[in-house]
Design a protein. Structure first.
Lengths: 113, 113
């Protein structure tokens, strides 16, 4: 375990469903991130939160909605997704804006049917 | 602007032989550089990082990398490959004073017995 925990590990959802991904860290980090990893593509930064405020939104469709209720928890709310949204969604955290790197969770493997 | 180029999409080595994974970067600012490893169905694990200290950086599992500013390279090496090194490896750049990490496309390493 890296200290960043993501649940669920696997998720299959229909295009009309609403689901949420959860990320939790107790490393004392003050920044958290959502990344999308699709096959054959580089990791894509989706959202950045620093001190619970969103500081980056990388032109992500509105069907993805992040929430950061406190510095230890990060959610990604999903609704009306498309099959091309199927991917591995990785959460990460860092103590200092990433100067010494991020700590990643194991990811949620999402399949949209 | 910054970008990361991993020169090999796939590297195959025999167990016990050296491994070399090549990475070139471009960055307008003094960067931080990282190598991450991802085993199948796992998240990303930090192997090592360069943050403007020693140019030869030692990481976990016997890996090391050398930062060469004149060549804008940060190649990853290991003197003797082990079967457990089979994974995907990502070279990552962070520009100073920026949250964003730029990921290379990844290099898949296979290790032959």
């Amino acid at each position: 375990e890296t200290g960043v925990t993501q649940t669920p590990r696997h998720l299959v959802m229909g295009m009309t469903n609403k689901k949420s991904l959860k990320c939790e860290q107790h490393l004392g980090h003050n920044a958290m991130y959502w990344y999308k990893q699709s096959a054959k593509k580089p990791l894509e930064l989706m959202f950045v939160y620093s001190l619970e405020e969103r500081v980056e939104n990388n032109s992500v469709p509105s069907r993805f909605s992040p929430e950061c209720p406190n510095s230890s928890h990060l959610f990604l709310h999903l609704h009306t997704l498309q099959p091309e949204d199927s991917a591995l969604y990785l959460c990460a955290s860092s103590p200092d804006g990433g100067h010494y790197g991020y700590t990643f969770g194991s990811g949620t493997r999402l399949t949209v049917v | 602007a910054q970008s990361v180029t991993q020169l090999d999409s796939h590297v195959s080595v025999s167990e016990g032989t050296p491994v070399l994974l090549r990475c070139n970067y471009s960055s307008s600012y003094s960067p931080s550089l990282f190598w991450y490893v991802q085993h199948p169905n796992k998240g990303l694990q930090l192997l090592l990082k360069y943050t403007s200290a020693a140019t030869l950086v030692k990481g976990i599992n016997g890996f090391e990398a050398e930062f060469k500013k004149s060549e804008t390279s940060f190649h990853l090496t290991k003197p003797s490959a082990h079967m457990s090194d089979a994974a995907e490896y990502f070279c990552v750049v962070r520009r100073s004073n920026d949250y964003k990490l730029s990921f290379g496309a990844g290099t898949t390493v296979t290790v032959r017995a």
